[in-house]
Design a protein around this ligand. Structure first.
Ligand SMILES: *[C@@H]1O[C@H](CO)[C@@H](O)[C@H](O)[C@H]1NC(C)=O
Ligand SMILES: *[C@@H]1O[C@H](CO)[C@@H](O)[C@H](O)[C@H]1NC(C)=O
Ligand SMILES: *[C@@H]1O[C@H](CO)[C@@H](O)[C@H](O)[C@H]1NC(C)=O
Length: 235
């Protein structure tokens, strides 16, 4: 199994250079997939299931929910072991396609204001829709390996046709593309914009090595709904 870390670092972020205080955004569905390898983000979709990119199938994976800040504890922190991981049946490491897996948690997550499952897409999203990119970032006083801050940004979804014309989009299928609209001023990684949420539904999830220029490529979650429902149905 290839464990190459495709942290395609993008120069900049949506915050202005002068922004001082990073406050935590509301994104209670985001989970941090902690391992000895690359940082990864998943989404709590049921109390005991997490949807994540398949390239995040890493040794010693732990699912961390709630507050991720180490120095400030607030009682919402939960660390749960996976009990089963199901990768999408057509996933292959050599292709960026079908980069999805489902992680069954050994214990159900306890809901709180910082831990809530997110509903899955019920239809394709219309091009031009402005969606929320939700992900994890490193707060200023955190120089460690693990991100500790939830962050949300807005970005419009591109049409398939527009996406296929881009360098990154043309080699993908079942993908959802977003256009980063703001000017970048800081370095951050893929985990910072790991998910696309439109009208409070999960529409896209990060694929490995997905950013370049001002375009982000995501797995179109709606195309996989029947597989997700089938795998998670009895629990
Ligand atoms: C959820 O809450 C119960 C009851 O307080 C507790 O026993 C359990 O450990 C909690 N689960 C997690 C994952 O923290
Ligand atoms: C499975 O994946 C391969 C390579 O990624 C692709 O060529 C093929 O079309 C996929 N099959 C289906 C049924 O999606
Ligand atoms: C649902 O999952 C089962 C067990 O993996 C499989 O045999 C079956 O074909 C799946 N059904 C659908 C509709 O995908």
């Amino acid at each position: 199994m290839k464990l190459i870390f495709y942290l395609s670092v993008l120069v900049g972020t949506f915050f202005s250079a002068s922004s001082a205080v990073q406050k935590e955004d509301h994104a209670p569905y985001l989970v941090y997939l902690k391992s000895h390898f690359n940082p990864c983000v998943g989404v709590l979709i049921k109390k005991n299931w997490v949807l994540a990119p398949a390239h995040c199938y890493l040794p010693n994976l732990k699912v961390m929910l709630g507050n991720l800040r180490v120095r400030v504890r607030d009682g919402t922190e939960q660390t749960i072991n996976p009990i089963n991981i199901v990768r999408y049946w057509n996933y292959s490491h050599s292709y960026p396609q079908d980069d999805l897996m489902l992680i069954k948690l050994a214990n159900p997550a306890n809901n709180s204001h910082k831990v809530q499952p997110l509903a899955l897409a019920t239809s394709d999203v219309r091009p031009g829709t402005v969606c929320l990119l939700s992900g994890l970032d490193w707060s200023q006083d955190n120089s460690g390996r693990h991100p500790d801050l939830r962050q949300n940004l807005e970005a419009p979804v591109m049409s398939d046709k527009e996406c296929q014309k881009t360098e990154q989009g043309k080699s993908h299928r079942n993908s959802l593309c977003v256009k980063f609209v703001k000017v970048f001023s800081r370095i951050f990684g893929e985990v910072a914009v790991a998910t696309v949420i439109c009208k409070k539904k999960l529409q896209g999830i990060e694929v490995g090595h997905f950013m370049g220029g001002d375009v982000g490529i995501y797995t179109n979650v709606y195309k996989y709904i029947s597989w997700i429902e089938n795998v998670t149905k009895d629990t």
